[in-house]
Design a protein around this ligand. Structure first.
Ligand SMILES: [Mg+2]
Length: 281
């Protein structure tokens, strides 16, 4: 057997064709054929929680992965052959140190910001404290106030702001500082004793940027915005890491480079021998 290859991919608008661009007809079928190869180990890397990942797998007929990095990097699950999900405890313990012994509930008690409203219990987890925030709220002021209190208590956290566009509301996720997509992938590589050169990451948007700009082999699918492509290009060139980023352009196996078509194009760029594994009859 050839060397294993770890394919780590974002879901929404990367593997899942749920953006405005059309999906090439055979793209996902080719992807499923590729990952059937024994050498390929598949990892989903997503902001979704376990249930939302399962929903997506069903809806889009996705192959079963070996690992899922979920909840914006705060959980890593191992999925066994029976489809059983088990959280990787070592990862939980590692990111737990960032919170200096404070639980999520204790963190919430330190925060006194009247613009913040706690999200439903189902949206919280051991290492993710999530709030709703009005779009007009002053994010910078809120971030600064929270980080000041956290510093006084020796807590290292990342504040991740995003927008729930359909509902017109801002979202704030507070997670341990080391709980990012990038650090979770790095952890997994070490844990599986794989060399970083055996890994390729695929993504499409801002929350993938840390990985896209890292030395890991990365693919930006062609449906990503011009602004994201420009930011990624500038970021890697600043660090002299141009060879580690591939931006899909389409015209590969007759496909358009969007979603999984772009992933396949990039995977073949970094691992040319996988081209033969993408053929379907
Ligand atoms: Mg995405």
């Amino acid at each position: 057997m050839a060397e294993p290859i770890l394919i780590c991919t974002d879901l929404d608008r990367t593997l899942l064709p749920n953006g405005p661009q059309p999906e090439s007809a055979d793209a996902r079928r080719r992807f499923r054929t590729l990952v059937e190869h024994q050498e390929i180990q598949l990892v989903y890397v997503t902001g979704r929680d376990q249930q939302l990942v399962l929903n997506a797998m069903l809806m889009y007929q996705l192959p079963q992965p070996e690992y899922v990095i979920a909840d914006v990097g705060t959980t890593i699950y191992r999925i066994d052959a029976d489809g059983e999900w088990t959280a990787v405890q070592e990862w939980q313990q590692q990111i737990d140190r960032n919170w200096n012994g404070y639980s999520r509930q204790q963190l919430a008690e330190l925060i006194h910001q009247r613009d913040l409203r706690l999200q439903e219990p189902s949206k919280q987890n051991l290492h993710k404290l999530s709030y709703y925030v009005p779009l007009k709220a002053k994010q910078q002021n809120i971030s600064a106030a929270i980080q000041t209190v956290f510093q006084q208590h020796g807590i290292q956290a990342s504040l991740i702001w995003s927008i729930d566009e359909p509902n017109g509301i801002g979202l704030l996720d507070i997670v341990p500082a080391s709980a990012s997509k990038f650090h979770a992938i790095e952890f997994l590589l070490q844990w599986l004793q794989l060399n970083p050169s055996q890994c390729v990451f695929c993504g499409d948007s801002g929350n993938d940027m840390e990985v896209l700009l890292s030395p890991l082999n990365s693919v930006l699918v062609a449906n990503s915005s011009a602004a994201i492509q420009q930011m990624a290009r500038a970021g890697v060139s600043q660090q002299g890491l141009e060879p580690s980023l591939y931006i899909a352009t389409g015209d590969f196996l007759g496909m358009n480079g969007f979603y999984s078509a772009g992933m396949l194009e990039g995977i073949a760029h970094f691992f040319p021998h996988t081209y033969d594994w993408m053929q379907i009859s």
